[in-house]
Design a protein around this ligand. Structure first.
Ligand SMILES: [Zn+2]
Ligand SMILES: [Zn+2]
Length: 136
């Protein structure tokens, strides 16, 4: 399933929290956040963007949730526990944890494709790929 395409501007108080948590990060983070979930119904289902880690990697992390778009957007920020679901690949022994919060809508993170992110990763992995239109 594809990633949800919702984007929204972070309110100033949440942008400040993001800045405060990321001392080594860029001086000016993007004030916009993308919904990280798999494509979902936006009638009453909140979009969600990961903001700030918890005290430990297993602690609840801070997420930004919103519904609708400006000017009727409703939003909240909350510390929520992680989705407890783990994908275990028997053949390879690889274990992947879902990178969303508990009881998120739509698919777990490993079933969500981010076409732009995949494209960037492919470019990095195959730096000298043939040039030209990939879809002739
Ligand atoms: Zn969404
Ligand atoms: Zn999950």
């Amino acid at each position: 399933m594809l990633q949800c395409t919702a984007v929204t501007a972070l309110p100033p108080e949440d942008l400040l929290r993001l800045l405060a948590s990321d001392a080594d990060g860029p001086a000016e983070p993007e004030p916009y956040v993308l919904c990280e979930l798999g494509a979902h119904d936006d009638q009453g289902t909140e979009h969600a963007a990961y903001l700030v880690p918890g005290r430990t990697p297993d602690s609840p992390a801070l997420w930004f949730f919103w519904t609708g778009s400006e000017p009727e957007r409703a939003h909240r920020t909350a510390y929520v526990p992680w989705c407890p679901v783990i994908l275990r690949q028997i053949e390879t022994g690889i274990v992947r944890r879902c990178t969303y919060f508990d009881r998120h809508p739509a698919s777990h993170s490993w079933d969500v494709a981010d076409p732009l992110g995949d494209l960037v990763a492919e470019r990095l992995a195959f730096g000298d790929a043939p040039k030209g239109d990939p879809y002739p």
